[in-house]
Write a protein that binds this ligand. Structure first.
Ligand SMILES: Nc1ncnc2c1ncn2[C@@H]1O[C@H](COP(=O)(O)OP(=O)(O)OP(=O)(O)O)[C@@H](O)[C@H]1O
Ligand SMILES: [Mg+2]
Length: 221
């Protein structure tokens, strides 16, 4: 369950404050699959980072997977993210010195542990997204679309109950994008995982159960 009330995150711009993200009210039920849309700069990434506990809002209530993230400090939010949340960043954030497989296992290190079972799961996930032949390639030896798929596997390796994805399919050809989204939504539906996916692609948004436009969440809307 995700529940937000009167959330606002601002950044200073000279003397002024710029509102990066404003949400009067938002509720997402467990197991729901939601597309998050909105024009560039409306705060989609900021909202995902608030849901992940990477950012703390300046004000408002943020309840995610049983925790009031607005009340937790940074290390408690980090632990909560490791246990409950898989995140695919808009900029992927893979670590360059490590291979595809190692990058996925690094995700496990911050979650359920990077033991033998995690390694098997990491390899299976990479095979499922078509990277079985690329396990030992480093990010600079992969295409952008392949890097994006490694980032998706890293988000899934801990079997999280909440998957947050920031335009995860932006660099895929349509067939690959559909294949990866199929896999994601199928896995999510099987285990009742909640999915929040930022997308600019109407076809991808249409595959989700609900579409939320960030512009409609502001209190002035
Ligand atoms: N660290 C920061 N410092 C100052 N302003 C910021 C910072 N991060 C984001 N912003 C501002 O907050 C607003 C929302 O940014 P955000 O990245 O959440 O938008 P977005 O909806 O994800 O856009 P896009 O579709 O281009 O990815 C933007 O106007 C941006 O300039
Ligand atoms: Mg963004």
């Amino acid at each position: 369950m995700i529940r937000l009330r009167d959330v606002q995150k601002c950044y200073p711009l000279g003397e002024r404050q710029v509102i990066a993200c404003e949400v009067a009210q938002l509720e997402i039920a467990d197991g729901e699959q939601v597309a998050l849309i909105g024009r560039s700069g409306t705060g989609k990434t900021t909202l995902l980072h608030i849901l992940a506990g990477i950012l703390r809002p300046d004000r408002g209530e943020v309840e995610v997977a049983g925790a009031r993230l607005d009340r937790l400090g940074e290390s408690a939010r980090d632990r909560h993210r490791g246990r409950h949340i898989g995140m695919v960043y808009q900029t992927f954030n893979l670590l360059q010195p490590f291979t595809a497989l190692e990058n996925v296992l690094l995700g496990a290190l911050f979650g359920r542990g990077a033991g033998h079972a995690a390694r098997e799961r990491a390899e299976t996930l990479l095979q499922q997204v078509g990277l079985g032949e690329r396990l030992h390639h480093r990010p600079n030896e992969l295409s952008v679309g392949q890097v994006q798929r490694v980032a998706i596997c890293r988000a899934l390796v801990n079997d999280p109950e909440l998957i947050l994805m920031d335009e995860p399919l932006g660099n895929q050809d349509r067939a690959t994008g559909e294949q990866v989204l199929d896999l994601l939504l199928q896995m999510a539906a099987q285990d009742g995982k909640t999915v929040v996916m930022v997308t600019h692609d109407p076809a991808s948004a249409a595959r989700m159960q609900r579409t939320v436009d960030l512009a409609t969440l502001r209190s002035s809307a």
